[in-house]
Design a protein around this ligand. Structure first.
Ligand code: APR
Length: 238
C-alpha cells in the first residue's frame, strides 16, 4: 500500500504549536501580510525575525504528540511490507522527524533552518536569527532569512509531491483547514487520479465534501485510532 499523507497545523496543535485560522489562531493575533510575505520582510526584517525567533523558541520547548508518533509507526509498518508513506507537511515544525518519521517533505519550509539570500545556502539554525548574523556558508552579514515559504512564494518539492500523489493508493489529509493552495488542491488531484481520500481533522475542513472518508476529533486520538485500523488490516493480509 502506498499512502500520501498531508498534514497541517492541526496535527501539532496539541503539542502547543498553535494553528493559524482557528479562533485565537496565529493569524488572528498577527498580520500575515507583515510577517509571512517577502514584502513584509523587506519592509521590516527585524519584526519578521522576532516573530519567527519566538516561534522557533516555542518549537524547541515543544514535543511530538501521539498523532506524530502514530504516523511514524505507520511508516514503519508500511515499509516493512514493501509499502510506502509519503509524508508531505505544510508545517514548519520538526515534530514529525522528532517522532521518528524518516522522509518528510516540508513544502512550506522549516523553522529550524535559515536560508542565505545571497548564496542560497540552507543551514540548520536553532538560536535567534537576525540581521547581525553572517551566513555560515558565504560569511555575508544580514543576508539570512527564515527558510520558510511565505505567501506569494512557490512551495518546495512540488515535483516530488506530484509524483508521489500519482503513485499513491490513498490520500489522507490530517489537521488542515484546506484553505491554502496548492496543498488545498491535492484532494481534488487525488480524486481525478481515482485515489481514495480520507480527512482526519478536529472539524470539517473547507473541502470536507471532497473526501470519501472523514474522521473527526483531536489528532492525538483520531490519528492513532486510524493508524491502528490500517495496521490491523496490513497484519491481516500478512
Ligand atoms: N486535532 C486535529 N485537527 C485540529 C486540531 C487538533 N487538536 N486543532 C485544530 N485542528 C484543525 C482545525 O480544525 C483546522 O481545520 O486544524 C486545522 C488548522 O487549519 P489552519 O490553522 O488553517 O492551518 P493549516 O491548514 O495548516 O494552514 C495552512 O496556511 O498560513 C499558512 O503556511 C501556513 O502552513 C500554513 C497554511
Amino acid at each position: 500500500m502506498r499512502l500520501f499523507v498531508l498534514t497541517g497545523a492541526g496535527i501539532s496543535a496539541e503539542s502547543g504549536m498553535g494553528t493559524f485560522r482557528d479562533t485565537d489562531g496565529i493569524w488572528s493575533q498577527f498580520d500575515p501580510m507583515k510577517l509571512a510575505t517577502p514584502e513584509g520582510f523587506a519592509q521590516d526584517p527585524a519584526l519578521v525575525h522576532d516573530f519567527y525567533n519566538a516561534r522557533r523558541q516555542n518549537l524547541l520547548e515543544a514535543s511530538p504528540n501521539a498523532a506524530h508518533t502514530a504516523l511514524a509507526r505507520l511508516e514503519d509498518a508500511l515499509t516493512q511490507r514493501g509499502g510506502d508513506l509519503y509524508l508531505c507537511t505544510q508545517n514548519i515544525d520538526d515534530l514529525h522527524e522528532r517522532a521518528g518519521s524518516r522522509h518528510v517533505a516540508h513544502m512550506h519550509g522549516e523553522l529550524r533552518k535559515a536560508r542565505c539570500m545571497s548564496c542560497h545556502a540552507v543551514t540548520a539554525w536553532d538560536g535567534p536569527l537576525g540581521l547581525a548574523d553572517n551566513c555560515p556558508s558565504c560569511q555575508k552579514q544580514g543576508s539570512l532569512r527564515p527558510h520558510i515559504v511565505w505567501f506569494g512564494e512557490i512551495p518546495l518539492y512540488m515535483d516530488d509531491i506530484a509524483h508521489a500523489l500519482e503513485e499513491a493508493d490513498m490520500f489522507v489529509s490530517i489537521g488542515t483547514s484546506g484553505s491554502v493552495y496548492p496543498a488545498a488542491g491535492f484532494v481534488s488531484e487525488a480524486r481525478d487520479l481515482g485515489i481514495r481520500t480520507s480527512e482526519i481533522n478536529l472539524d470539517p475542513s473547507d473541502n470536507a465534501y471532497l473526501f470519501d472518508e472523514r474522521h473527526y476529533g483531536p489528532a492525538s486520538d483520531a490519528v492513532p485510532a486510524w493508524v491502528d485500523r490500517i495496521v490491523k488490516a496490513l497484519e491481516a493480509r500478512g
